[in-house]
Design a protein around this ligand. Structure first.
Ligand code: PEP
Ligand code: MG
Length: 588
């Protein structure tokens, strides 16, 4: 047998998480904890160890400067500033000379000494009372880990500096990984864990990056740089594809592109059913720089601005002014169209990597210190965000909503803090809209079940089906093992949605759905039939939703909802919705 054995094609299946087909070389992202070796060196080697430190510092400086330039090009100067702070850590004479001293006194290798000194630094900063200085701990952790990688000769490629167009293959991608993902180079995403409604996947969808998640053992099957096909429509990953597979997928990609062009033709037309009911379609965004993307897909404003993405990968809590600038850009861009800014939903799977001291480890983070619970305890952070949103409300049709509200009492507390901020701004003579609509997300069953009393405190509801379904059927939205049980078509979901809509309408307020269910064309008609007034989704999904809305009658959608309500199994309800969808969406 020849020595050069060609590795065979491997086909793996997972969960289709973001549509599209990608083909290219992989970047296999391993986040293993660094193992730092510790050993004694001879007295003569001490100088050489110190020299190794200098080389690693220089190497790190080069890498960070490159990332800085790239981030400035892709995301702008504000985001790039983080890396200026990182460069300063490398200039810290105390850190360097303490490491040198440690090498000389302990006689140990440079990695062990540098690790010891930097851990001491991180701890000292994390314990400081001053919030700004405390947040420097995050910078030091990032930079020193990079120096250690270089000392150990490990790969320096990471998610925010991909070396060319790559398909990212990872065990897991956190939202803060996703926030720093090199958007110009990542052309596909494959992960071992995860599900359709994980936040990282939501980001992939908004970037139009094909993604397949829950692909068991993919990390063992593929090596860095090997070619793969990612089929985000059917949840298939083909490693080292054969010529036949490449041909087949090439054809499929062409067909899908033709179909997408057809959908894009509907983009400029009104979102109105055949029997004349208008359905506003708004966009879910994570950052202010998505405005043009929303406009390309004709989003009627923003139905969900996940404001926590301004925080996730930031080295420190953004200032009031930084936030105001971001919100104002979006408010101004949409003029009279609403821009619904959701206050911070940090915690759960979204801790802030630059401020780990604010997010102590929790056994059940999704049931823990998250969103409004976090904000009501960190009032300084909460108030600076509310003040920023209020100031942006003077520049457009800004709406504000609170996430993870469990019922009326919490809503009242949140509104009380908002009132305090309004009073402060009034005293300071700063402009804002005193009539800014304020709503609650409905994503906890207790809020849904008390929607009648909660509605009295709200100007609108926005249903977050991603969390509502997770809490209603007790299915972790991130767990690939139970992902098949995460069913938007569960009769409990249908009943709860109907009840929330009825209570809201009885109180004279509107209901939007902004969870991923709103952008799934299979469920769009069901939601409208249940009486939902507006839908908000990631921009690339808007054309299909509009096409569908223009092809159905509201009367038929209501009939669909009535029939779904009579059924008692998720699969029957799903089948009913799929049949309705196929009938109206060019399929039959
Ligand atoms: C939701 O839970 O449906 C929602 C829109 O919020 P997020 O996905 O950000 O938790
Ligand atoms: Mg949610």
């Amino acid at each position: 047998m020849s020595e050069l054995t060609v590795k065979p094609e491997v086909i793996l299946h997972g969960i289709s998480a973001s549509p599209g087909i990608a083909y290219g070389p992989t970047f296999v992202y391993r986040k293993a904890e660094l193992e730092v070796p510790e050993y004694l060196v001879t007295a003569e080697r001490c100088e050489a160890e110190i020299e190794r430190l200098n080389v690693a510092l220089m190497q790190t400086r080069g890498q960070i400067s490159r990332i800085r330039d790239q981030v400035e090009k892709n995301l702008g100067p504000e985001e790039a500033r983080i890396f200026d702070a990182h460069l300063l850590v490398l200039e810290d004479q105390a850190l360097i000379s303490e490491t040198e001293r440690e090498i000389q006194t302990s006689g140990k290798n440079v990695e062990a000494c540098f690790n010891l000194v930097s851990q001491r630094y991180i701890r000292a900063f994390a314990e400081i009372d001053d919030e700004y200085l405390r947040e420097r701990a995050g910078d030091i952790r990032d930079v020193t880990s990079r120096v250690l990688h270089n000392l150990l000769g490990q790969t320096a490629e990471n998610l925010n500096e991909l070396l060319g167009r790559r398909i990212v293959v990872a065990d897991d991608i956190t939202p803060s990984d996703a926030a720093t993902l090199d958007r110009s180079s990542a052309m596909g995403l494959v992960t071992e864990s995860g599900s359709k409604t994980g936040h990282a996947v939501i980001v992939a969808r908004s970037m139009k990056v094909p993604a397949v998640v829950g692909v068991r053992e993919v990390m063992d099957q593929v090596e860095n740089g090997e070619e793969v096909i990612v089929d985000g429509y059917d949840g298939v990953v083909i490693i080292r594809p054969s010529a036949q597979a490449l041909f087949r997928y090439g054809q499929l990609r062409d067909e899908k592109q033709t179909f997408e062009k057809l959908l894009m033709n509907a983009v400029a037309l009104p979102s109105i059913t055949l029997d004349g009911c208008e359905v506003p379609l708004r966009a879910n965004i994570e950052k202010e720089d998505e405005v043009d993307f929303v406009k390309e897909h004709a989003g009627a404003g923003v139905g969900l601005f996940r404001s926590e993405y301004l925080y996730l990968a930031a080295p420190r809590v953004p200032t009031e002014d930084e936030q105001y600038d971001a919100y104002r850009v979006v408010a101004e861009a949409f003029g009279a169209e609403p821009v619904v800014i959701r206050t911070l939903d940090l915690g759960g799977d979204k801790p802030m990597s630059g401020a780990p001291h604010l997010f102590p480890r929790e056994d059940n983070p999704f049931l823990g210190f998250r969103a409004i619970r976090f904000c009501l305890e960190h009032l300084a952070i909460f108030k600076s965000q509310l003040r920023a949103i209020l100031q942006a409300s003077a520049h457009g049709n800004v709406h504000l909503m609170f996430p993870m509200i469990s019922g009326r009492r919490e809503m009242r507390k949140a509104r009380e803090v908002l009132r305090e901020c309004m009073d402060e701004l009034r005293t300071e003579g700063v402009a804002f809209n005193p009539d800014m609509p304020v709503g609650s997300m409905i994503e906890i069953p207790s809020a849904a079940l008390t929607a009648d009393t909660l509605a009295e405190e709200c100007d609108f509801f926005s249903i977050g089906t991603n969390d509502l379904i997770q809490y209603l059927i007790a299915i972790d939205r991130l767990n690939d093992r139970t992902a098949h049980l995460y069913e938007p078509s569960h009769p409990a979901v249908v009943r709860v949605l109907r009840e929330v809509v009825e209570h809201a309408h009885a109180a004279g307020i509107k209901v939007s759905v902004c969870g991923e269910m709103a952008g799934d064309p299979v469920f769009v008609s069901l939601l409208l039939g249940l009486g939902v007034d507006e839908l908000s989704m990631t921009p690339p999904l808007l054309p299909a939703a509009k096409y569908l809305i223009r092809s159905i009658k509201m009367e038929d959608a209501k009939d669909l909802a009535r029939r779904a309500f009579e059924l008692d199994s998720p699969s029957e309800i799903e089948r009913l919705c799929i049949d309705f969808y196929r009938k109206h969406m060019l399929m039959d």
